[in-house]
Design a protein around this ligand. Sequence first.
Ligand code: PHB
Length: 363
Amino acid sequence: MLFETYSLGNVNLRNRIVMGPMTRCRAAHPGDVPTALMAEHYAQRASAGLIVTEGAPVSPQGRGYLWTPGIYTPEQVQGWKLVTEAVHGKGGRVFVQIWHVGRVSHVSLQENGQAPVSASDVTANSQSFAYDENGQPGNVPCSPPQALTAAGIRAVVDDFRRATVNALAAGFDGVEVHGANGYLLDQFLNPGVNARRDDYGGSIPNRARLLLEVVDAAIAAAGAQRVGVRLSPHGGFNDMPEDPDTDAMVCYLAEELERRGVAYIHFMDQVSFGFKPIGEDLLREVKKRYRGTVIVCGGMSKEQGERYLAEGLADLIGFGQLFISNPDLPERLRRDAELAQPDQATFYGGGAAGYTDYPFLAD
Ligand code: PHB
């Protein structure tokens, strides 16, 4: 089934294979502008049914890593046009992941050296890629965050709205709201990080409120069929504590996203990062509540992907790291050809090496 076509809303996909979003830190700087090299990288991988780009910060405040391509300036929109034109030119489809890191950031990335923002003032025991005390790029501990004010929350929602408008102007087929992996929206979902006493903390609907307001803003700009949402239930990455009510939260979100008719829910299984798996039972519960498209990504093999499709646990299957080292991954999977393994040393930063120089299968 992986090699069958699929209609994702108004967008026709040539197979059920998704290239998952991966941070690669190769934007031009200053300015965090997408480049022609990035366009080449994505175009090489356009045989995926759908590409979801690396996370694109929606504002300077939303940045947690140097050289991640933003989607808030006119120059960045022009840069992303190179990417969408190159992918569409190869018959591919591409959504941009819109991203706010929240507390997974560092004062050296923030305007006027301010504290990063989060749901509360709980510091992440995790790393940002920023400037160290000597002003050199490097991994640094995340800075203590400040809790967003009510006005700050409105500004974040507006940043996501503007990012969606920019995404359409750049020619993307849609946007993926990054609600996963311990970044801002996930920080609000998790009661171990969100200690708010206002309408955005406490109950499940309150903790889900910011994510759903962001989704509504994206829908208002693009229409529900062009909006997807990424979630990582049970994921511990970026110092997210285990939440005993995770499954109830995910079921609530599935119902709310069903009401809104979003294009897809994209589950990142952090089992691939060494954390707990999502679990097939939770995917089944989601499927009872949400009739749209479900993508599952994270440590997938061809066999597991085929089984998830056959059993109705997922409609599309995401592959991440294997797409780094196999630009023609769908064809390799189809032929059961050998898969190249990616070189971790070239994941972040740098140029063409480990980015656009992985070979295609010899014809
Ligand atoms: C990373 O840079 O390691 C990273 C970024 C965004 C994610 C996950 C991991 O959602």
